[in-house]
Design a protein around this ligand. Structure first.
Ligand code: IPM
Ligand code: MG
Length: 362
């Protein structure tokens, strides 16, 4: 089949990890007889350097015209990069938030799965790890604190900053439905995470999630306060199947969940709207400190490409082949620095991509 794919290499380690994911996709095309046509799009710092802004109308309209977009990472070192001399709305991160909003990518799926092979990289004790864990964080991505009104003012000589957390019931309902749909295909449990003991937005969240749950009698729903969830993720991560939560809590909890899988370098993500279209990106950042050194772990991006095959292109078998190839290379003992442990073979970004591409079979 033929597909049009947008590629956003972005900043920092972005270009090198996207290159490896493309290598793997090229192999998928060769083995399964597909043709993917790629168009490179600018976002973040790369777009600032070319156009003075982190997101252009051209990138938005090009992205909209594709079947899916695969992204690396955006942003630089806030202390040294000239991008951070710009006002906040012109910095690289504003481009990422802008494209999420412009494409209405409200559902962010972040799977956190512990590969048996990576148990040594997991900071938790063996008795806590048990048989491992496998959860899906469903993060609301286009509302909440990230998109509410914000400003910094001065009142009587005192500086004051205001961020606003808003959710309406439609925004909550559509993400909740996604979470229940996914839980149905997994182990049938949704943990909805909020701060309903303090926040009105969380009390509405809880009420709407309860309403949606009525349509899914086969799925178990539990509510959990976000502070407790942060604790439970390291106390007993096995208890989670689907974690449903708002934008900011999801940002924080997904980094925590990634670390218990061994490394944030393993955590993929899909950002979806109401259609088949999606933007796929690793959950980690641009790691400017190791950019261009062949040290970055490309697996999160490669697994994001697998999610793209599954969710946007309906190529389930091919997605499974990519995931199996990752599994095989880990079983064979190859590791990038972030997941390295004794007795394994340390490889760079490019070699890891080569090995995974070679392992793709029908
Ligand atoms: C993420 C990132 C972004 C976010 C940043 C780069 C704006 O941390 O995708 O988790 O906070 O959403
Ligand atoms: Mg984050």
């Amino acid at each position: 089949m033929n597909f049009q794919i947008g590629l956003i290499p972005g900043d920092g380690i972005g270009p090198e990890i996207v290159r490896e994911a493309k290598k793997v996709l090229d192999k998928v095309c060769e083995v399964y007889g597909h043709t993917f046509t790629y168009t490179e799009l600018l976002l973040g710092g790369a777009s600032i350097d070319a156009h003075g802004v982190p997101l252009t109308e051209e990138t938005i309209s090009e992205a909209k015209s594709k079947d899916a977009v695969l992204m690396g990472s955006i942003g630089g070192d806030a202390k040294t990069s000239p991008w951070y001399q710009l006002e906040p709305s012109k910095r690289p991160e504003a481009g990422l938030l802008g494209i999420r909003k412009a494409l209405n990518l409200f559902a962010n799926l972040r799977p956190a799965y512990l590969y048996k092979e990576l148990q040594a990289a997991c900071p938790l004790r063996e008795d806590i790890i048990g048989d491992g864990f496998d959860m899906m964080i469903m993060r609301e991505l286009t509302g909440g604190l990230y998109f509410g009104e914000r400003k910094t003012v001065e009142e009587n000589g005192v500086r004051k900053a205001i961020d606003t957390l808003t959710y309406d019931e439609h925004e909550i309902r559509r993400i909740a439905k996604r979470a229940f749909d996914i839980a149905r295909k997994r182990r049938g449990k949704v943990t909805s995470v909020d701060k309903a003991n303090v926040l009105d937005s969380s009390r509405l969240w809880r009420a709407v999630v309860d309403e949606v749950a009525g349509d899914y009698p086969d799925v178990t729903l539990e509510h959990m306060l976000v502070d407790n969830c942060a604790m439970q993720l390291v106390r007993d991560p096995k208890q989670f199947d689907v974690i449903l939560t708002e934008n900011m809590f999801g940002d924080i909890l997904s980094d925590e969940a990634s670390m218990v899988t061994g490394s944030i370098g393993m955590l993929s993500s899909a950002s979806l709207n109401e259609t088949k279209f999606g933007l796929y990106e690793p959950s980690h950042g641009s790691a400017p400190d190791i950019a261009g050194q062949d040290k970055a772990n490309p697996i999160a991006t490669i697994l994001s490409a697998a999610m793209m095959l599954r969710y946007s292109l309906d190529l389930d078998e091919e997605a499974g082949a990519v995931e199996a190839a990752v599994q095989k290379v880990l079983t064979e003992g190859y590791r990038t620095g972030d997941i390295m442990s004794q007795g394994c073979t340390l490889v760079g970004t490019g070699k890891m991509g080569d090995l995974i591409a070679e392992a793709i079979t029908r």
